[in-house]
Design a protein around this ligand. Structure first.
Ligand code: APR
Length: 280
């Protein structure tokens, strides 16, 4: 498997693994790139990124939802459909295995994600979501969680186990019909943090503490353009952490000590395998 990597990258992975096993507290921040090899488009990659095809200001702001709730709801229902059959890739699995292994070796691996998919959870990681959850809904007016099964992934999983000739139920899974809150009548929206909105305070606190207290901070598959998440690397650096970036493309992150220029799904299994050898 190491043969998939260039000799320079193999050396960098080995150097990174040695650094990581010598440390106790590690914070990982993931972005859309970690799910790219599962078939979920990123936001800002040229041509394939969602924001190269759609305007974020028409779809991912409160103003957009107030102006045209139907358009925004339909777009997220389309997104849910797109993501519904996607599964974790080797990067998610390697992180989950490392997190489980770390617990046994007195290491603490905190994973924070900007992603709204649940692929880290599907791989069995414990993860803090900074930007919300694709599969949850809440009221746009009173904030009440909304558990309408017709729009939840669990409903989809249940129906997919049914007899395949029963198509009538699956047709409702990603219904574009707007829903109303049973409490106040407001429109139901996805429980996702849109541009201009605050991050959930508990999740941010967890992320900020993990970044401030870690000895190594690893940024995987994020363009490092969206704050406050992009500022976590700086918080870690100011507190003396080493910063590692895993990304096939350059980013504006200026505090990086080691860059592994490769896809996360290729480099993470290699990194974990080196770490587990060194930790055993
Ligand atoms: N492995 C690692 N990195 C990858 C891969 C891969 N296989 N494929 C692409 N990337 C990198 C890209 O080079 C890019 O730097 O992933 C990054 C994805 O960047 P963005 O699309 O900007 O995604 P992200 O950083 O997660 O966006 C942050 O912006 O629109 C908002 O709320 C949304 O959470 C999102 C936030």
């Amino acid at each position: 498997m190491l043969a998939e990597l260039s000799s320079e990258l193999i050396v960098e992975v080995q150097r990174t693994a040695k650094l990581l096993v010598a440390k106790q507290r590690i914070c990982v921040l993931t972005g859309a790139g970690v799910s790219a090899e599962s078939g979920i488009p990123t936001f800002r990659d040229k041509q394939t990124g969602l924001w190269s095809q759609y305007r974020a200001e028409d779809l991912a702001t409160c103003t957009a939802f107030a102006r045209d709730p139907q358009l925004v709801w339909s777009w997220y229902q389309w997104g849910r459909q797109l993501v519904s059959d996607k599964t974790p890739n080797p990067a998610h699995h390697a992180l989950a295995q490392w997190q489980q292994h770390a617990g046994l070796k007195n290491q603490q691996l905190t994973i924070v994600t900007q992603n709204v998919d649940d692929l880290h959870e599907q791989a069995d990681s414990t993860v803090t979501h900074l930007h919300g959850h694709l599969w949850r809904n809440r009221c746009s007016q009173c904030d009440m969680p909304h558990n309408g099964v017709s729009n939840s992934k669990s409903f989809n999983r249940v129906t997919s186990n049914r007899n395949s000739s029963d198509n009538s139920s699956t047709a409702h899974n990603y219904n574009e019909k707007l829903l109303n809150c049973t409490d106040c009548g407001g429109y139901i929206r996805p429980d996702i943090v849109w541009f201009g909105e605050s991050l959930p305070s508990e999740a941010w606190q967890t992320a900020e503490n993990a970044a401030a207290n870690c000895e190594v901070f690893i940024s995987i598959g994020t363009s490092s353009l969206v704050y406050p998440a992009a500022g976590l690397a700086q918080i870690a650096k100011q507190n003396g952490a080493k910063i590692i970036e895993i990304n096939p493309n350059p980013t504006p992150n200026t505090v990086v000590d080691i860059t592994l220029v490769a896809n996360a799904g290729v480099v993470m299994p290699q990194l974990f395998s080196q770490i587990s050898v060194l930790l055993s």
